[in-house]
Design a protein around this ligand. Structure first.
Ligand code: ATP
Length: 338
């Protein structure tokens, strides 16, 4: 049976805008098991990074409600000193942009060494150096002794991201959070980095939260997928189920907006509109309703819940039962399908 590593319960992360707080992560519940990749997908602004930063305790000014159990301890609102003991040791994070994640004034060897030192006070300088070189080798950096002495600006984007990964895994964390780890990289480097993350999962038996808006990456990497829209999880399932039988109109729209090399597609679906800003987000009813106006209002629930439609497959709101694309309706009319 899968061993739970992280359990998020009713998490609400709210930002203060003028005089009020607005939830960017709104009542999210999720679990991540050991040796599992949970992908979180959704458009820009749907709350993926706000969720990742909440898990890592990296928000300085947000209001956090709910629980985040990590190895059975609630870390949602623990002190910074306790969090510092977890971060870097039991939890590692790979950020979107490797350049901003690294200190431009410190050589690579010292940056990774610092993470080791923070959690292994007794480690000698030479042991630390040896371990850093091993880590650089592990993430596929050629000539690690040379790179050890280099500054971040002397490396390519792909090499910098490998350094970020080496730092994140230096202390063999149980949980790794990767927030768009390949967005800033070109395609060939992207697949090398993803292969590396996959190997790490196998090597360290870690749980991985992978944030991405790239469905190709999801198909290749994930065990389970949570689809987020406007701060909420709208669908969650194992990766095969989600790709074979996506149900929520938002999930289906996401899939239909991506070209598929194996299928003939007359036209790609364009999801009308954008994710509303936090202040303009409708907090009641189905949050996706405004973007599928051709679906009758009665199809939506007043307080949409996540429904378990088959074991492990959850979908929010009943509107999925009545959803079709306008393109499909037109076709049906043309072919006389009622
Ligand atoms: N510090 C903040 N203060 C106020 N609003 C914020 C803050 N951080 C994020 N937001 C808002 O919260 C919402 C969710 O943002 P978030 O960055 O989590 O989205 P995302 O899904 O990660 O997007 P992307 O894919 O572009 O990174 C957005 O409306 C964003 O503008």
């Amino acid at each position: 049976m899968a061993e739970k590593l992280l359990e998020i319960k009713n998490l609400k992360t709210s930002f203060r805008i003028r005089d009020d707080y607005y939830a960017a992560v709104d009542n999210v519940s999720l679990t991540v098991n050991k040796n599992e990749v949970l992908a979180i997908v959704g458009e820009s602004g749907c709350g993926k990074s706000a969720l990742a930063f909440s898990i890592m305790g990296l928000h300085s000014r947000a209001k956090i409600d709910g629980n985040i159990y990590f190895k059975n301890e609630d870390i949602a609102n623990i002190s910074t000193s306790k969090l510092n003991k977890l971060r870097g040791k039991h939890m590692g994070m790979i950020f979107q942009d490797p350049l901003t994640a690294l200190n431009p004034l410190m050589i690579i060897g010292e940056q990774i060494g610092e993470t080791l030192l923070l959690h292994n006070k007794d480690m000698t300088k030479s042991a630390r150096k040896e371990k850093v070189i091993n880590l650089l080798e592990k993430v596929g950096i050629p000539r690690p002794e040379h790179v050890y002495e280099q500054f971040p600006h002397e490396l390519s984007g792909g090499m910098r991201q490998r350094v970020v990964i080496a730092t994140a895994i230096a202390n063999e964390p149980d949980l790794l959070i990767a927030d768009e780890p390949t967005t800033a990289l070109d395609v060939t480097i992207q697949s090398q980095i993803l292969d590396l993350i996959k190997d790490l999962k196998e090597d360290m038996n870690s749980g991985i939260v992978l944030i991405t808006h790239d469905l190709g990456v999801v198909a290749e990497m994930a065990d389970r997928v949570a689809v987020m829209y406007a701060g909420q999880v709208v669908e969650i399932a194992d990766v095969h189920t989600l790709f074979e039988n996506p149900l929520h109109p938002y999930t289906r729209s996401l899939f239909n907006s991506v070209p598929n090399a194996n299928e003939e597609q007359d036209q790609l679906h364009v999801i009308q509109g954008i994710v509303p800003s936090l202040q303009n987000l409708p907090r009641e009813g189905c949050r996706f309703a405004a973007r599928i106006p051709w679906i009758d209002a009665s199809a939506h629930e007043t307080n949409p819940e996540l429904h378990e439609v088959q074991p492990g497959h959850f979908v929010r709101c009943t509107c999925y039962k009545h959803f079709n694309f306008p393109e499909e309706s037109k076709e049906e009319q043309q072919h006389g399908v009622s």
